[in-house]
Design a protein around this ligand. Sequence first.
Ligand code: HDE
Length: 754
Amino acid sequence: MQQLAAARPFNELKAGEHGRDPALQPQAGTPVEPADESATASSVRETVVSIKLGSQAQPGHNPGNESLDRVRVDSGGQALTTNQGVRVADNQNSLKAGLRGPTLLEDFILREKITHFDHERIPERVVHARGSAAHGYFECYDPLDQLTMAAPFAAAGKRTPVFVRFSTVAGERGSFDTARDVRGFAVKFYTDDGNWDLVGNNIPVFFIQDAMKFPDLVHALKPEPHHAMPQAASAHDTFWDFVSLMPESAHMLMWVMSDRAIPRSYRMMQGFGVHTFRLVNAAGESKLCKFHWSPRAGTHSLVWDEAVKISGADPDFHRRDLWEAIEAGSFPEWELGLQIFDEEQAENFRFDVLDPTKIVPEELVPLLPVGRLVLNRNPDNFFAETEQVAFCTAHIVPGIDFTNDPLLQGRIHSYVDTQLTRLGGPNFHEIPINASIAQVHNNQRDGLHRQAIHRGSVSYEPNSLAGGCPFQAGRAGGGFVSIPTPFPATGEGDKLRGKPERFADHFSQATLFWRSQSEPEQRHIAGAFRFELSKVQVPAVRERVVSLLANVDAGLAAAVAEGLGFAVPAPQPRALEPAVESELDSSPALSLLARPGDGGVQTRRVALLVVDGADLASLRAAQTALREAGATPRFVGPRIGPLGADESMAIEMSFEQAPSVLWDAVVLANDAAAARPLSMYGQALDFVKDQYRHCKPILALGGPGGLLAAVNLPLMLPEGEADPGLFVCAPPSETDPALRTDADTVTAFIAGLA
Ligand code: HDE
């Protein structure tokens, strides 16, 4: 002990705290071999098996989780025990004083079981309470060392394990999936250099510009406090009251009222880091960066009528979709694209890149594709993983840094803080799903639920008694160093509350978004505003929202006002006059149609409507063709169970269980020979009507008669052309060679579905 103390006469790191560069660069400490193994230092240097596999990580293989086998539980072949490992003889009856007597306080088995149960629930997330998650990996295309030293981008083909959680924002944990809402898109990268959380959304902008307003926004959005309504919905007075008084929310409102807010699937939406971040290379040079995730399956959305009906038919629609796709081996995939720009470019934009209500249009800074994200494993346990995962914007690694975006700055604090309550203390990083692959060594100690058993007497730095360990890494040792950035020119050095001037342009990009939408998308946006505002009870709030929209687009304001039965009010006064015009007239990349995906039909759900006596041969042919194309065809009918004599075919779902809205397309069996054809079932009629109303492809194997005729759909468009969504096979008796064969029609149907 004496010897060790002598080896460290003073703290040499002190020198680095004074003066200017390079002295300000943190230096690596020098670990000293402990002279005396029996002294405390030996315990600090315990051998830990390295689990850093880095580039060798296999698809979806999280080496961090592997080391946690000790906490995985498989009770196969095991007797039931108490939490103390005592075998339980009777798990049916409590201990009583006589068979009809009172239960005894002595029953420690009953009390342990009930006590644990009483405390099973933890507080739900204050926002983003409802979510679903999956494991997977991020694979880098090419090394990005010129741009960043962040570990996931170090080498071509390098795979970094990830855990990704998707969520809605407003609803409670048990709410439904298809609410109109922003979706969270949070990615935890378990990098070699520690965990990096990219906690993004499926919309690239946000409602507010400063963290100061976040509690107000959430209070306005959540169910109203007096009666706790409505659940998972923004269509109520307090939300619209708040946003109508916050013109900076105009751009985000356009996105939230668009089809983006009702995605068809988590697998079919984009993700965005939202804020401008920094990438930093090993030389300490930095560039500004925006993160974009683009789904391989393309961007697809529901229509409102579908979303409403799905929330009744299957509140777990998105959760189930994600789970089933992964179970079926159809792994969801996204490409990561970066927008890279420097300060000079940023200065020349008409907007401020620190303003989170603004995008950097892709036409100004194109996306650089840098890698792909693949989700290939469902969690083993929802609570242990999806519920307990803690994403924190403060979790960054060397190579990534923050900017001064005032919303981001507030988030850096909020996420760690919220876990203290939600996960019960400061050791949430030790929960298996949150634990980094990179080893953790520091002098933080104790606290509720501590797992690590630290050995030795030293829990401070500098020290001599533990050989100076764990020692400061310094820049050269891979330590995190914040990139030195000058304070902005305006207001340098002043302590003040306020915003830069360019933050005062609230409408130019809302207008750009509107102009960039296709005609149906614009119609849906106007419809969404009308719907939401019709739920608002206070007329003045409705009018104020429309006065805001009048600054976005006169046509939009007129369409909304017309639906609400009043004339368009005068536009709200702008904070900046004259109005700022965006650099672009329109940005095609902002339309959902810009990302059709790979054009495949992977995992699209197709219902094959069938009754006893229908022609099974043509159904089987359609089923096979759909399966070969990667779709998920299922037989749906009035009851479940075997179909006729052929035992290999069975009705898998009933009309009640799986109504139209849960399907992407429908095939109508040729039931001409059936005793009770499909057209005699009310649910089948509703099924086809909804498919038609929601513009989903319909394939009629039995020709234009039967169910199709019973629903009385117009087979032709008003212009006299055949409806491109209807695929009608030749009737059984038809011999006209000009008519398409069944096989051709099925092929055309699959193309239509894509
Ligand atoms: Fe969050 N946000 N947020 N947020 N957020 C949370 O953290 C917060 C914001 C986002 O799947 C909370 O662990 C503040 C923007 C996602 O677990 C909380 C501000 C974006 C998730 C919190 C914002 C997000 C959260 C609640 C403004 C898109 C779910 C529970 C200053 C870039 C993560 C929790 C998951 C969750 C605070 C704004 C995305 C309270 C203070 C902008 C995806 O800490």
